[in-house]
Design a protein around this ligand. Sequence first.
Ligand SMILES: Cc1cc2nc3c(=O)[nH]c(=O)nc-3n(C[C@H](O)[C@H](O)[C@H](O)COP(=O)(O)O)c2cc1C
Length: 228
Amino acid sequence: MIGLTASGGSVSVGFMNRTELGSALEWRYATKKFDPAKVISPEDWSVLEESLRLSPSSYGLQPWRFHVVQNSQIRQQLKVASWNQSQVTDASHYVVIAYQESVGEADIRKFMETTAMIRGVDVGSLERYRMLIEGDLLTGMRSKEISTWSQRQTYIAMGFVMLAAALLKIDSCPMEGIEADEYDRILGLKGTGFKTVAGVALGYRHAEDKYALSKKVRYPASEIIRYL
Ligand SMILES: Cc1cc2nc3c(=O)[nH]c(=O)nc-3n(C[C@H](O)[C@H](O)[C@H](O)COP(=O)(O)O)c2cc1C
């Protein structure tokens, strides 16, 4: 059994030692109050952008779009559609995650062509894979819940960017307390095939955010993790 506390120590063959990773996981919290004066550097931001782009998705189809809202007027409108949560306007960066409502033949073909190009293989060699995906997503069981399937993928990206941020000592807050329909209207998503699922605020905690000191409320591993 391997765990952060079970194996202990700070020696590691990974990208960082266990203590550092454990500290980052503990340090991260859903930031309620961001310091509007602190801005994520362009260098850090480009890594966070990569964490979104490199997130895994089912079959690799990437059924998402990430809107980085920089315009302060649009941010203000989004805040109103987010129960007036201040993170929307005060965080350095605000990302609205949108999912693709439905996946079609053209999307799967585009993905196959991109794969063939990047990996330098003939697109014909991917034919079986294409048919497998189509059989699952377009005609199989999954076709009935494609919008749910698509939304699930986006939450992986949300987790990725929050962990990446924590490792850079950048704060974040996942935001589901939003009126997604109103977001779609404000961002002009209607009719694009993409719909808002959630937001993620990224930046630096305000010195007065009392939540930074709150103890984490988590059930014990013995209750939620089962070894078989
Ligand atoms: C999908 C999702 C949506 C959330 N939406 C909000 C939100 O709209 N506003 C907010 O302040 N916190 C939001 N949270 C933060 C959770 O309340 C928080 O992660 C949880 O209480 C655990 O606390 P911690 O993240 O500080 O450890 C959301 C979390 C998740 C995972």
